[in-house]
Structure formats: structure tokens, C-alpha cells
Design a protein around this ligand. Structure first.
Ligand code: ADP
Ligand code: MG
Length: 325
């Protein structure tokens, strides 16, 4: 079997905060093959964004402790120096956010920003870089792309800004795209358009993608594999159909039950009881046990390991495989 594009091993991320240290990501391991889409789902605060920020190396260095390993094509990402990092970010790996303002600069036109990124990473002259910028705006289906080159971000609608951000992120043909809830702020119709666009570009460019969403419907739409995160850990991992059609972890079952399928239009009919845990005060056993209808005494003793199941899927529950009432 060939080496995966991305390999994350026992990733642990802690922050120093005024309230004391917080472990936001706690021993996350997974790998991602070239061209595949890994969807990451889980409630707010489960460590989805921090995992991606660690991969892109954009966490605040002074307040953050990172251990474990992140390898892209075998290269040790956590030990890249400043020079190598500036090539890595935006070149090998790029990220799109819920809020385009995090990557688009308000004082430059869309065309200037994309062309500058292309010039920096690909070392081409300004004419070639502007041509590439125009191609990218056309590729993300921005109408009248040529005149949009000279538009500032505030002159565009939310959906168009999102497309411009995608054009910027993809302009240097990254091997890996990190998408952090990129459609959450958009209304439902635009959301579907952007997701279809991303899927199309991802297939066309053969780019691996990590797609974070708290929306199970969106994850089902885009993912080859799915990782379910809870309290800084992966609690279930498998192909999209394994995880969505036959979830094994009680938390995954709860997440799926709280979403009514039927496209992206849905209503909540069920909520997982209780609150996501306080990361500074995690229970000693399974961190989901206090909210779990199937928990037994053994669940409160030690955190369950992420165990390998038939079919190559993984689940962190000592009762997995046992029918839950
Ligand atoms: P989500 O799954 O919603 O994306 P995050 O990965 O953003 O969750 O956050 C995981 C935990 O880490 C949360 O408790 C959050 O408050 C904390 N956290 C995230 N970023 C920082 C930071 N820069 N400093 C301190 N704590 C942070
Ligand atoms: Mg997040």
C-alpha cells in the first residue's frame, strides 16, 4: 500500500489559559490518502478547528504546546522552520474558513490578492500571476470574473466572497485543503452551491480535503471517511457509509439522531442530553459516559482506547458492537 498523503500520530495540543492549562486535542491519530475527503463532525468545542490549525501550524506558538507527529508526504510538519513554513502554508496546504474575512484582506482587490499569492508561491511574473488569478475566479464560477478581479471583498456578496476565498486557497494547487465549516454562515441555497462546487473542484484537482462541519447532512454529502470527535479525541472513524449508516459509538448515534435527513433542510427532533464536557475537568473514564444512556460502571473507570473493528473502522467504546437499548 502506498504511503498516505497525511499522517497524524498521537497529536496532542494544549493551551495555557488564565484559568490554567487546557488540552484541546488529546491523542488524535489518523491518516488521509491523496484525493480523499475526510469529514470531521462533533459538537462545538470538540477540537475540530484546533486539529486543523495544528496541521497548518497557525496556532499561537507561545501559548501552545504540541506533541505527537504530523507528516505530509513523510515531511515532519512540526519541525518545519519559518522559511519552509511559508512555502508549506498556502502552497502544500491551504485553509478556508467560515468567515472569508480571515483570509481575504479588505485593502486589496481580489485579483491582487490571488495574483500576489501565486507570484510568491509559484515564482511567476505579474502577468502570468494575474492570468492564473482570473482562471481561478472563473473556475469557482464567479460571474463576470474579469471585472471582479478589481473588486474589493466588501463589494461582493457573502456567497461570492466565499468563492473568492476558495479561489485564493486553491490558486497554488495545494495537496491538502483544510475546510473549517466553510458554509456555516451562508443561507441554505448558497451553502449547497458552495458544497457542490468544492466537491467538483476537489475531484477535478485530485486534492485531499479535511472538511469540518457540525452538520451531519453536509458531512454525508462530501466525505469518503468520517471522524467523529468528542472532547479532543476521535471516538469513531470509518468510511462515510460505515459511520453514517451503522454508527457504533453512542455519541455518533446521538449526533445522527439529532439530525433529520432530507437534504440540508432539517429540523432538530432530538438533542443529546447534558452538555459537552469541561475540558479542564474531564471525567476519569470515558468522557461521554456522563451523557450516555448505555454507560455501565466499567465506562467510568478508564478512557476507552480507539479500538480496531472489522472492516477497518475504529471506535472508542467498550460496548461497541453490543446493541444499545
Ligand atoms: P471546535 O470543535 O468547535 O472547532 P475548537 O477546536 O475550536 O473546537 O476548540 C477546542 C477547545 O480548545 C475549546 O475548548 C476551545 O475553547 C479551546 N481553544 C481553542 N483555541 C484556543 C486558543 N487559541 N486558546 C485557548 N483555548 C483554545
Ligand atoms: Mg471550530
Amino acid at each position: 500500500m502506498s504511503e498516505p498523503l497525511l499522517r497524524v500520530e498521537r497529536l496532542q495540543v494544549g493551551f495555557k489559559t488564565p484559568r490554567g492549562p487546557v488540552t484541546a486535542v488529546d491523542g488524535v491519530s489518523f491518516s488521509l490518502n491523496r484525493g480523499d475527503v475526510l469529514g470531521i463532525i462533533g459538537e462545538s468545542g470538540s477540537g475540530k478547528s484546533v486539529t486543523m490549525q495544528a496541521i497548518l501550524r497557525i496556532l499561537p506558538e507561545k501559548r501552545t504546546t504540541i506533541s505527537g507527529a504530523i507528516r505530509l508526504e513523510g515531511i515532519d510538519v512540526l519541525s518545519l522552520n519559518a522559511r519552509a513554513l511559508s512555502k508549506y502554508r498556502g502552497g502544500d496546504v491551504s485553509m478556508i474558513f467560515q468567515e472569508p474575512a480571515l483570509s481575504l484582506d479588505p485593502v486589496f482587490t481580489i485579483g491582487q490578492q490571488i495574483a500576489e499569492t501565486v507570484r510568491r508561491h509559484m515564482g511567476c511574473d505579474n502577468t502570468v500571476a494575474r492570468q492564473r488569478a482570473l482562471e481561478m475566479l472563473e473556475r469557482v464560477k464567479i460571474p463576470s470574473a474579469r471585472s471582479r478581479m478589481d473588486a474589493y471583498p466588501h463589494e461582493m456578496s457573502g456567497g461570492m466572497r466565499q468563492r473568492a476565498m476558495i479561489a485564493l486557497a486553491l490558486s497554488c494547487s495545494p495537496k491538502l485543503l483544510l475546510a473549517d465549516e466553510p458554509t456555516t454562515a451562508l443561507d441554505a441555497t448558497v451553502q449547497i452551491q458552495i458544497i457542490l462546487l468544492l466537491r467538483e473542484l476537489q475531484l477535478e484537482l485530485g486534492m485531499a480535503t479535511m472538511f469540518v462541519t457540525h452538520d451531519v447532512g453536509v458531512a454525508a454529502e462530501v466525505s469518503d471517511q468520517i471522524a467523529v470527535m468528542y472532547a479532543g479525541r476521535i471516538v469513531e472513524f470509518g468510511t462515510a457509509s460505515q459511520v453514517l449508516k451503522a454508527p457504533l459509538h453512542p455519541y455518533t448515534k446521538g449526533l445522527l439522531a439529532s439530525t433529520v435527513h432530507g437534504g440540508l433542510a432539517k429540523s432538530r427532533v432530538y438533542a443529546i442530553p447534558g452538555m459537552p464536557p469541561d475540558l479542564q475537568n474531564l471525567p476519569s473514564g470515558c468522557s461521554f459516559a456522563p451523557r450516555c444512556g448505555s454507560a455501565t460502571e466499567a465506562c467510568h473507570l478508564a478512557p476507552p482506547p480507539l479500538g480496531e473493528m472489522p472492516g477497518g473502522r475504529q471506535v472508542a467504546c467498550i460496548h461497541a458492537g453490543v446493541a444499545t437499548p
